[in-house]
Write a protein that binds this ligand. Structure first.
Ligand SMILES: *Cc1c(COP(=O)(O)O)cnc(C)c1O
Length: 379
């Protein structure tokens, strides 16, 4: 290290919050070439006619002006995603940003943010950055919501904010509506219903987004096929949305995102068809995966499937073997005991799914005993 760099590290170490210094930055995977099944992306590109409309919209966009109030996009999003007229609406630079803004607006130091665990890692990161205390309530051993434990933790910790990912990431399960209702009834603060994977499920809370005194519904277009764009939206009672709007950076959604969203939403059925294809491919893929030796498949209402390996090869060995074949999936590196020996795999195109299956058959071929499909919950 030269003298400048040394001086900078000393100054940063003396100045930056200790808890931030102790963190690692969110790791964005590097997966060039091969088959990318690690980030719940839609594998299908947009057709040429949509891309031409996008090109035209981008060409017509003035980059010298700050973004305006996006009134046209508000209208288009309301129509495309059936947002109830009574609900207010807020846009974010991805739904990630909206998660941070909600915690920032609600939590004083040491207030509690609560979520089932494991769930989306950004819930915990948002809590930490805002000096809130994160309480993760473990799922059951079969990775279902533990409602009694949730209700007990709510009574004990009186969380300001509860995040429920419906369906849940990284497990794929959709918590029963009655359990969600029980949490809404018990929550002393706000419940954020995060429907990032709603396009792949057969249930949504969106029609009721304005109905609850203490709930808002969060969505993103990322998993629907626009992960590169960074656009999320939050719907709920105006009393909540107007408070979150105060902590939103004024120009958080840029003019290109606005223009491209408007162009793409004119072709919304294309996205719906792609999601329907992924949904249709989910069950056959799950069944085929469950046939593999020593492999448990958890029920999924999302565009990914969680697997657990109980044979001779653990998740790390399978992950490495897939990597060497340039098939990228998500491993969990021992972070959460409930995810021990698990891998999370996005649903790809039929050809990608077939390549994944062929590779796993080869990797696991010499093991014995299929573990099969995990028992589906009654709900
Ligand atoms: C992927 C994901 C998001 C974040 O989506 P972006 O809009 O891309 O920031 C939010 N919630 C859950 C549960 C997710 O898995």
């Amino acid at each position: 290290m030269n003298q400048n760099a040394r001086g900078a590290s000393q100054a940063a170490a003396a100045t930056v919050r200790r808890d931030i210094q102790a963190l690692a930055a969110y790791a964005v995977g590097h997966a060039e070439g091969g088959i990318k099944l690690d980030a719940m992306e839609n594998p299908y590109p947009l057709p040429d006619d949509v891309r031409e409309d996008i090109a035209t919209a981008v060409w017509a966009t003035a980059l010298n002006r700050y973004p305006g109030d996006a009134a046209a996009l508000h209208q288009a999003v309301r129509e495309a995603f059936d947002i109830p007229a009574q609900a207010a609406l807020l846009f974010g630079n991805g739904s990630d940003e909206l998660i941070h803004l909600i915690v920032q607006a609600c939590c004083e130091p040491d207030d509690v943010v609560l979520a089932p665990a494991p769930s989306f890692v950004i819930f915990e990161m948002a809590a930490r950055y805002n000096h809130a205390r994160y309480v993760g309530v473990p799922l059951t051993a079969s990775l279902e919501l533990d409602l009694p434990a949730m209700l007990a933790a709510i009574a004990t910790h009186k969380p300001k904010v509860i995040f429920l990912a419906l369906p849940n990431n990284p497990t794929g399960g959709l918590w029963p509506a009655a359990a969600v209702q029980a949490i809404l009834d018990a929550a002393p603060g706000l419940v954020v219903i995060d429907e990032a994977y709603q396009p792949f499920a057969d249930h949504t809370w969106m029609p009721r987004a304005a109905e609850f005194a203490n709930a808002v519904v969060l969505r993103t277009v990322s998993k629907l096929g626009l992960a590169g764009l960074r656009f999320g939206y939050l719907a709920g009672p105006a009393a909540w949305i107007s408070e979150f709007d105060k902590v939103r950076p004024p120009y958080n959604v840029d003019v290109l995102t606005e223009a491209v969203m408007l162009a793409v939403l004119r072709h919304k059925p294309v996205l719906d068809r792609q999601a329907a294809q992924l949904r249709a491919d989910r069950e056959p893929l799950a069944r085929a995966l469950a046939e593999l030796p020593g492999t448990t498949v958890y029920p999924s209402s999302a565009n990914f499937i969680l697997l657990r390996f109980s044979g001779e090869l653990g998740a790390d060995a399978v992950h490495q073997a897939l990597k060497s074949r340039k098939i990228w999936v998500r491993a969990f590196g021992g972070g959460d005991a409930l995810l021990h020996n698990c891998l999370r795999i996005s649903i790809g195109t039929p050809a990608e799914n077939a390549a994944l299956l062929a590779a796993l058959r080869e990797i696991l071929g010499h093991c014995t005993h299929p573990a099969g499909l995990a028992k589906r919950s009654a709900a």
